[in-house]
Design a protein around this ligand. Structure first.
Ligand code: ASP
Length: 309
């Protein structure tokens, strides 16, 4: 049996002094553990990597603590526009959605795009039409509401600025969720889901739903889910860059992901991190910010749930 493993994140960023109380820290760690255990349980029982990453991300989407699903940030028009992507390393099949509203679990809609449509990426009204055809129930805006996120938006709503959860400013908060897994057959998968950036306008789409930028999986190399300043992660084609270093330069998962996060993306001004696995079940979770909500567990007996460096 192959070593199986899972790694998840709930966003990376700058932690503002005084914001994190021991009580809040416990809540974050509990939510991470719940997602980790839910994904690991499937792997342990012979489930596929795709099932495990979808499950873990769904648990994180359902928690208001993270900027994905319930608790997503507000756009300039006081709404929620969510993005998600899932990819299977064995087949290179992928599904992604962006600019969707009212969907409780965007990652499941992304999986449906992968499995029930001929396409890879559906956006906006079309993605919503697809959800309607599959009889998705639409949640009311109040389901996604979170007072903290709303206050973040109220502070900047009449300005031209948009705020990344990672911004070094008061009340900056971590965001985006993701999971990567390697199953008992050595197949790997990646899933990422986000509400994007506070006060975003004009149909702004970040790296999270883009295959190769914020999310990627290929059994030959690695499965990656990123979090960070999306504009830079798109330009750095971060997830695929890690895979390329492994494939063409023969680098290990740890070395390749470290090179991209702590050198290549930093050189172009990007901050954030990623979680990664390869088909031998190795795990890497590098970040170049003060912290990243992260957790991992492997059948080799290792388990980690951390926030800071
Ligand atoms: N990468 C996400 C985006 O740019 C944000 C995040 O990771 O928090 O939409």
């Amino acid at each position: 049996m192959n070593t199986f493993s899972i790694a998840i994140h709930g966003g990376a960023g700058t932690l503002v002094k005084g914001m994190m109380t021991p009580k809040l820290e416990t809540q974050y760690k509990q939510a991470l553990k719940e997602a980790l255990d839910a994904g690991y349980y499937l792997l342990e029982n012979g489930g596929s990597a795709v099932d495990a990453v979808e499950k873990a991300v769904t648990v994180l989407e359902d928690s208001p603590l993270f900027n994905a699903g319930k608790g997503s940030v507000f756009t300039a028009t006081e709404s929620h526009e969510m993005d998600a992507c899932i990819m299977e390393g064995k087949t290179l099949n992928a599904g992604a959605v962006s600019l969707i509203t009212g969907i409780k679990n965007p990652i499941s809609l992304a999986r449906d795009v992968m499995e029930k449509s001929e396409h890879v990426f559906l956006a906006g009204d079309g993605a919503m039409q697809f959800a309607k055809e599959l009889s998705y129930k639409l949640e009311d805006a109040s389901y996604f509401y979170d007072a903290f996120r709303h206050n973040q938006w109220l502070e900047i709503k009449d300005t031209d600025s948009f705020q990344l959860d990672h911004a070094k400013k008061k009340d900056s908060k971590f965001g985006t969720v993701g999971a990567v897994a390697c199953d008992q057959d050595g197949n790997i998968a990646a899933a990422t889901s986000t509400g994007g950036m506070t006060n975003k306008k004009w149909g702004r789409v970040g790296d999270s739903p883009m295959v190769g930028a914020g999310n990627y999986a290929n059994n030959k190399t690695c499965a990656i889910s990123c979090t960070g300043s999306g504009e830079f992660f798109i330009r750095g084609v971060v997830a695929y860059d890690v895979a390329c270093l492994m494939e063409h330069k023969n680098m290990s998962l740890a070395d390749a992901s470290n090179e991209v996060i702590n050198k290549r993306i930093l050189e172009i001004g990007g901050d954030g991190g990623l979680v990664a696995v390869d088909s031998q079940g190795h795990i890497a979770m590098p970040f170049n910010t003060e912290g990243m909500y992260r957790a991992s567990k492997s059948s080799m007996g290792t388990e980690e749930i951390s926030i800071y460096k």
